[in-house]
Design a binder for this molecule. Structure first.
Ligand code: PLP
Length: 417
C-alpha cells in the first residue's frame, strides 16, 4: 500500500525530502554506535536540548502558570486556529518592546514550536518555480520543508572569518525573480553568531534590492552573551517585510511545550493584503496549534518571568561557551574560528591532516562515539563537511570531561610524523 503511493507520487521532491539528513536522525545513529560494553557514561554535546542538563530549568512561576490554566477548567476546548487571543496579544506586546513600532495581535499566529512556524513560512511562500535562500551551515529543517513543498534551495555561505555574517554578495548573485525569501538565523544555530544592527540593516537592504522578503528565525532571541546585544530583524520591517519565527522553547527552556509563533513584521502592510491574510488563516485551520491551556498561560509566563532567570541562563551559557573554547585550544585537530556570542552551539573546523585514520567529519564522530561515548554532530548534518557542531548547553563538568575525551581520542589517532 505504502509503496504504491510512493510509486505513483515518486517525483523528485519526495525523494529529496526522504534523503535529507536530519539532526535527530544522525544523532540516533551515533547513539546506536556507542559501545555498550564500555564503562564510560555517555556525554552528549550533540542535541540542542537544554532540559537534558541540570544547569537550565524553567522558573517555578512558569510551571505554576500552566498548572493554573489547566486546573481552571476553562481551557479544555479548541482555541481559535490562529491562536488564543490573549496569547497573541501578549506575544505582540513582548516582541514590540524591541521594535520602533507596535505589533498588533493580528500579526501574531501561534504555532507548535518554531518548527511549525518554519513549515508555515515555507508553505505560504511555495509556488511553482520558487526558490529560497538558506544559510550554509544552517538548520536542516528548512531544507526538509523546502523539499516537501517543492521549493528549490539555494545556499549562501556564512563567513567564519567575519563572525559568520551573511555573504551578501552571494545573496545578490543567487537571487532572481523566483526567490521567495532569504532566511537568516540570529542568534545563530549552528554557529553561535549574533549579528550587529549594522549587518542586519545591510541584510534588509540587500533583500529589498533583490526583491525578496526576510524570514528571521529568532528562536534564540535574547540568548546573546557576547559583546553585541540581540537586535530583532523586525527593526527593519519598514525596509523589507520580515517574517519573525520564534518560540518559548529555548529562552524559557521548555522545548517540549511546543509553543511558538509566526509573526508578520511589516509596518508598510504587504502582508495585510486580504488575499494573503486569508491564505495564512486557511492554512492555520489545518494546523491545530499547541494545547489551549499552554497558550492560555502565555501572558502570565511572559509577565512573571523575572529578569534574573534570563540573566542566569545567559551567564551559564557564557561560562560553558568559555570552557568549550578554552579546551578546544588544547586539542590540535580542531579549531574554532569564531568564539560564539549567542545561542547554544558553535562550529569548529576539523584538521584531518593531523589525524591518521579518520576520513571525514562523519567518520570522526562515529569513531568518537564508539571509543569515547561522546556525541557531537558532524558538520555534514548542517551543510559543512569536515566541521563539527558542538552544543555547549551542558553541565560544565560533563563539558570538561567530554573535551578531555576528545583530546585523548585525538592523541590516539594523531598522525605520526
Ligand atoms: C530549536 C530550533 C528550532 C525549533 O524550535 P522549536 O520551538 O523547538 O520547534 C528552530 N530553529 C532553530 C535554528 C533551532 O535551533
Amino acid at each position: 500500500m505504502e509503496s504504491g503511493v510512493v510509486a505513483v507520487n515518486n517525483h523528485n521532491y519526495e525523494s529529496k525530502a526522504t534523503s535529507t539528513i536530519t539532526i535527530k536522525g544522525i544523532l540516533s545513529l551515533l547513539m546506536e554506535n556507542i559501545d555498550e560494553n564500555g564503562r564510560k557514561r555517555v556525554i552528549s554535546l550533540g542535541m540542542g536540548d537544554p532540559t537534558l542538563t541540570t544547569l537550565f530549568h524553567t522558573p517555578n512561576v512558569v510551571e505554576d502558570a500552566v498548572a493554573h490554566t489547566l486546573q481552571s477548567h476553562k481551557f479544555h476546548g479548541y482555541a481559535p486556529t490562529p491562536g488564543l487571543l490573549q496569547a497573541r496579544i501578549a506575544i505582540a506586546e513582548y516582541l514590540s518592546r524591541d521594535l520602533p513600532y507596535q505589533l498588533s495581535s493580528d500579526d501574531v499566529f501561534i504555532t507548535c514550536g518554531c518548527t511549525q512556524a518554519i513549515d508555515v513560512s515555507v508553505a505560504m511562500l511555495a509556488r511553482p518555480g520558487a526558490n529560497i535562500l538558506l544559510p550554509r551551515p544552517g538548520f536542516p529543517i528548512y531544507e526538509l520543508c523546502a523539499a516537501f513543498r517543492g521549493v528549490e534551495v539555494r545556499h549562501y555561505d556564512l563567513l567564519p572569518q567575519k563572525g559568520w555574517e551573511v555573504d551578501l554578495d552571494a545573496v545578490e548573485a543567487l537571487a532572481d525573480h523566483n526567490t521567495v525569501a532569504l532566511v537568516i538565523i540570529n542568534p545563530g544555530n549552528p554557529c553561535g553568531n549574533v549579528y550587529s544592527y549594522h549587518h542586519l540593516e545591510k541584510i534588509a537592504e540587500t533583500a529589498k534590492r533583490v526583491g525578496t522578503i526576510v524570514i528571521a528565525d529568532e528562536v534564540y532571541g535574547h540568548l546573546a552573551f557576547g559583546g553585541k546585544p540581540f537586535v530583532p530583524m523586525g527593526v527593519f520591517g519598514s525596509v523589507v517585510p520580515v517574517l519573525t519565527l520564534g518560540s518559548l522553547s529555548k529562552r524559557w527552556i521548555v522545548p517540549g511545550w511546543r509553543l511558538g509563533w509566526f509573526v508578520t513584521n511589516d509596518p508598510s502592510g504587504t502582508f495585510r493584503n486580504p488575499k494573503v491574510v486569508e491564505r495564512i488563516k486557511k492554512y492555520f485551520d489545518l494546523l491545530g496549534g499547541p494545547a489551549t491551556f499552554i497558550q492560555a498561560a502565555v501572558p502570565q509566563i511572559i509577565a512573571l518571568t523575572e529578569e534574573v532567570f534570563f540573566k542566569k541562563t545567559i551567564d551559564n551559557l557564557r561560562l560553558t561557551a568559555d570552557i568549550c573554547c578554552k579546551e578546544i585550544k588544547d586539542i590540535p585537530c580542531i579549531f574554532c574560528p569564531y568564539k560564539p556570542e549567542g545561542s547554544m552551539a558553535m562550529m569548529v573546523k576539523l584538521n584531518l591532516s593531523l589525524l591518521e585514520d579518520i576520513s571525514d567529519d562523519i567518520d570522526f564522530c562515529f569513531k568518537l562515539a564508539k571509543e569515547e561515548s561522546v556525541i557531537i554532530l558532524p558538520g555534514t548534518a548542517v551543510g559543512l563537511k569536515d566541521w563539527l557542531r558542538i552544543t555547549f548547553a551542558a553541565d560544565p563538568s560533563a563539558l570538561g570531561e567530554g573535551m578531555r575525551r576528545i583530546k585523548s581520542f585525538y592523541q590516539r589517532h594523531a598522525r605520526k610524523l
